[in-house]
Design a protein around this ligand. Sequence first.
Ligand code: DSN
Length: 430
Amino acid sequence: MAQTVSRIRTIVQAHSARFERAIPLIASENLLSPYAKELLISDLHSRYAEGLPGERYYEGNEQVDEVENLCLDLARRLFRCSFADVRPTSGTVANLAVLKAFAEPGDLVGTSRLADGAHISSASFGAFGLRGVKPVYYAWDPEQMTIDVPRTREILRAVRPKLCLFGLSLFLFPMPIEELRPTLEEIGARAWYDGAHVLGLIAGGEFQDPLHEGCTVLSASTHKTLPGPQHGILLGQTSDPEVAKRLQSGAFPGVTSNHHLHAMAALAVSLAEHLEFGREYAHRTVENARALAQALHDRGFDVLAANLGFTRSHTLAVRVEKEGGGEEAARRLAAAGIIANKNLLPGDKSPKHPGGVRLGTPEVTRVGMGPKEMERIAELFDRLLHQHRPVEEVAAAAAELKSGFTTMKYCFAAGEAAYRYYDLVGRPPA
Ligand code: DSN
C-alpha cells in the first residue's frame, strides 16, 4: 500500500504541474489564498462542532466558536446583510437547506431550465428531486440571455409557485428580480437567489445585489468568484426571526452534521481578504471577461450576446458548432493547456451534444492577467480552432504566456510565495 500512497502523490504532483502551465478558464474555479489554504490542514480538520457558537453539542469548541463568530460577522459585513449561516458544506447543500426551510414535498418552485443555464440543483435528479418539489420553469429570452419577464409573469400568475429560485451556472446577466417582484408579491412567492457563480461580484459591487432587491435568502458555494475554500453559505436580509430560525435549522440538523471547521475557518480568511481586495478583483474579473469575449468575437468566434456587450459577469459563452461542437472544442483546448468546459446553450437540440463552451476569468484574473493577456488567449483559440495549428505548438505558447503569471494577487501574503501549486505535495520527479 505504501507504493499506492506514493503513486497517489505522484499523480497529484502531475496534476499540479499541469495546472501551473495551463490557462484555466473554468468559470466555477479559482485559487485559494495561502492563509486560507493553511487552515484547511489545521487541527480544525479533525474536530466536530455541531450546533451554533455557544450552543455546541461537543466540548472543546471555544476557539471554533470564536472563529465562527468572526466568520459570521465578516459575511454580514461583506454582503451588507443581517443574517449569515456558514455551516452548509457546499453550494448544493446550501440549496438543500433553503428547500428544507421554505418548501415541502409536492410544492411548486420556480426556476430556470438547465438548457437556459440553471444549476443541477433545479433538476428532478438533483436537489429539487431530493426534496420532492416540482419545478415551474420561467420563460427564457435567448436574445437577451435572461428571463423573459412578460411571459414569466403570466406563468407565475397561472401556476403560483410558493418559492422562486433565481440564479444560473451560465450566468451572463443579472436576473430581473426587481421587474418580477410585484408579481411575486401578488402571488405570495418568496424569492431565493443562488449566487454561487457571482458571489464575489455581488460582494465587490459589480453585479446585482439580490438581498437588497427583495430576495429573502442568498445561497452559494464559496469558491468561484469569491475565491474561498470549497464550502457553502446562506445569507439573508430580514427582520423576521422565523426566517433566520428556519434557515438555521435547514442547515443543521437539516442537511449537515459537522460543518467542516477547517473550511469554515478558511472561509473567514477569504471573506476578510475580499473585504480588503474584492472590489478591485471583481472589477478586473468582469473587465477581463468582456475583453476576452470581444477578442474572440473579433477573431470570428460566435460569442453569445454580442449586441449586449457579451456579459456583465465573469462568464462568457461561445457557440462552437463550426469548430466541431462543445465536446470536441473543449477537448482540443484542454490538450493545448486551455482548460474550459463544454456547455449546453439555449436552443441546443440534444443535451448530450452541447453546442458551446463556457469560459470564465476568475482564475486568470487572480494571477494578474489583464485585457492584453485576454487578447493573447483569444489568439491561442484562433490558432488552435481556426488555423488548425498543432496542439503542441499552442500548448507551448499557452505555457509561455502562463509563465509570466506565477504570483497570486488580491490576498494577504501575495507575491512569489503565494502562488504555490506545489506547496504540500512537492515538485513532480524530473
Ligand atoms: N458545477 C459548477 C459549475 O461549474 O458551474 C456549479 O456547481
